[in-house]
Design a protein. Structure first.
Ligand code: F6R
Length: 609
């Protein structure tokens, strides 16, 4: 998604803006630009392509010299990626950058055209720039406030008025924006990593609040233009955690960070060998009466929910529905007062997940958010909140966020099962103790499976399509393995419940379709073996991810390649079994010459519908 930055201070603004934008590259983008007050005018330089293209352009035409400006990386929504559609966009006296979607931009554009305004681009953003210019009354705050009243949709805006060369303005509705403050300098940014090299102190801008940034500091007003006092926050993510730290890509760095991410996430939530979630408002008394659970999320986070379904149902005997947020929100779902709806999200800003949570609240449900990004919208609006403590996840393909989402879901499942008295305290302690061993188990898999995965990845380079199969938890996990592979390698893949193959999909199997079979659940291993044999006898080559215990039970020669992982408590196997699938996806992407950190067409934080 688009990235916004802005700067006011003593430094070379062009340099700060480009550097800050480089820390937002992970969000995904197709063009970039900056605008700087320079020689009494606003100078804009923008281009289709990557930041490198912008830097090349700046070095050819010269970077605008100045100390106040805004910058942007664009992920195209309205209008193709092109120089002219890139941000910043301007009216005569106003220049802006924008993240989000203006839903009523067509009506607004028609109105402005009827007033004689002409447009250069196809974007909704230019409409806002022109509307600000059209509405300008000499008072920027009043103008912004009046224009906001006209806008429908989601937006975060960085704004410069030609008449006010010492300041920038920022406003948001739905789309995230932060305001950073340093010594004699201020910043705006879509996300904390953009400013970490300059300051760790920042404010979270709330809906419909307007910030004015000058060298003297920042001031805030609400939608009635009343001054606001806001709480200054300090980022506990340091620069190092937002850098590659010697790894070639963020994706493999983050895969390697998983043991620590699990440890950091679970340890503070365990007391006397039992889950302790009281601090987050989750007590036995509070949750014992929930008779059903709905988990709503998108993509990888939804896949964590799928594992949650198997685990919660198995342990707590409570039915669990898992819903894709974009479906849930438009389906008039059956959610009643007193139901529990869990929203899982790394960014905490996913537009569909946020809307789904609001709908659930409106229907009277109690909401529990499992979120990674501190202070994000979902985190702030949920009734109960457990942070995954994965640290910043920069690679677009989620890895450490998924594993920490699983970890939190396990803790919650244990607590719910205790509350429902479906497991004893002793059994719960046994499960918690098994969970506490997972950081070491994941480390073991990283240390011992990487070479196998690297080798198997060489066999997948030419594949056009792949199937992932498994049963039970292995099926839930396969969904994530399949998504990981397709998003970074661009090889088509599907995950299938192994027993369902023969009802149609098996017709796709031939020698050109590799099958990745996940088999970690001993009780259903004979069934999975039958399904593997079915596809093998139709020519598929089999890559088997299984535990040492399962491997022993497998017949000789069933798989072409085996990636063996250690046996842990079977309920917890997804935590270790996902790791080879992530590594396999990573190396397959590398072998195909793709940048795994920035897969085409994808954005890290999907803040638009
Ligand atoms: C895939 C991936 C996406 C996200 C999805 C939800 O690797 O990262 O599928 O999981 O866009 O994002 P969050 O978790 O931020 O709500």
């Amino acid at each position: 998604m688009c990235g916004i930055v802005g700067y006011v201070g003593p430094k070379d603004c062009s340099e700060v803006l480009v550097s800050a934008l480089s820390k937002l590259e992970y969000r995904g983008y197709d063009s970039a630009g900056i605008a700087v007050f320079s020689d009494n005018e606003i100078k804009t330089v923008k281009t289709k392509g990557k930041l490198k293209d912008l830097e090349d352009k700046l070095s050819i035409i010269g970077s605008p010299e100045g100390n106040v400006g805004i910058g942007h990386t664009r992920w195209a929504t309205h209008g193709e990626p092109s120089d002219v559609n890139s941000h910043p966009h301007s009216g005569a006296r106003v220049t802006i950058v924008h993240n989000g979607i203006i839903e009523n931009y067509i009506e607004l554009k028609e109105f402005l055209v009827s007033k004689g305004r002409e447009f250069l681009s196809d974007t909704d953003t230019e409409v806002v720039a022109q509307l600000l210019d059209y509405s300008y009354n000499g008072n920027p705050l009043e103008t912004i406030d009046n224009v906001m009243a006209e806008l429908k949709g989601s937006f975060a805006l960085g704004i410069m008025f030609r008449d006010f060369p010492d300041r920038i303005f920022a406003v948001r509705r739905e789309s995230p924006l932060i305001v950073g403050v340093g010594e004699g300098e201020c910043f705006i940014a879509s996300d904390v990593p953009a400013i970490l090299q300059y300051t760790r102190d920042y404010y979270l801008l709330d809906h419909d609040e307007i910030a004015t940034l000058t060298r003297e500091g920042v001031s805030f007003v609400d939608e009635h233009l009343e001054p606001l006092e806001k709480e200054l926050k300090t980022a506990d993510w340091d620069m190092e955690s937002a850098e590659k730290g010697g790894y070639p890509h963020f994706m493999i760095k983050e895969i390697n960070e998983q043991p620590n991410a699990i440890r950091t996430t679970i340890m503070p939530r365990i007391k006397n060998g039992l889950p302790c979630l009281d601090e987050y408002g989750i007590t036995i008394d509070k949750i014992k009466d929930f008779n059903s659970v709905t988990i709503v999320a998108c993509g990888t986070a939804m896949h964590a929910g799928m594992v949650g379904k198997y685990v919660i149902e198995d342990l707590a005997r409570v039915p669990v529905n898992v819903d894709i947020a974009s479906e849930f929100r438009y389906r008039n779902p059956i959610i009643n007062k007193g139901d529990l709806v869990i929203i899982v999200s790394q960014s905490g800003e996913t537009a569909d997940s946020l809307a789904a949570m609001r709908l659930a609240k409106k229907k009277g449900a109690t909401t529990l958010a499992i979120v990674n990004a501190k202070g994000s919208s979902i985190a702030r609006e949920a009734d109960m909140l457990i942070y995954t403590l994965a640290g910043p996840e920069i690679a677009v393909a989620s890895t450490k966020a998924y594993i920490t989402q699983l970890s939190v879901i396990y803790l919650f499942a244990f607590e719910l099962a205790l509350a429902k008295e479906t497991i004893s305290e002793a059994e719960c302690k046994r499960l918690v103790s098994a969970l506490m061993k997972m950081p070491e188990a994941v480390q073991y898999v990283i240390d011992h499976c990487e070479e196998d995965c690297k080798f198997v990845a060489t066999k997948l380079v030419a594949a056009e399509s792949l199937l992932y199969i498994g049963r039970g938890l292995d099926y839930a996990l396969s969904m994530e393995g399949s998504l990981k592979l397709k998003e970074v390698s661009y090889i088509h893949s599907e995950s299938y419940a192994a027993g369902e193959l023969k009802h149609g999909t098996i017709s796709l199997i031939d020698e050109n379709m590799p099958v990745i079979a996940v088999a970690t659940q001993t009780d259903i291993i004979p069934k999975t073996i039958s399904n593997i044999v079915e596809v093998k006898s139709r020519g598929a080559s089999i890559i088997l991810v299984c535990t040492d215990a399962c491997a022993r039970g497998l017949k000789e020669g069933i798989a072409d390649y085996v990636i063996e992982i250690p046996h842990t408590d079977e309920l917890l196997m997804p935590i270790t079994a996902v790791v080879p699938l992530q590594i396999l996806a990573y190396y397959t992407a590398i072998n195909r010459g793709n940048d795994p950190d920035k897969p085409r067409n994808l954005a890290k934080s999907v803040t638009v519908e």
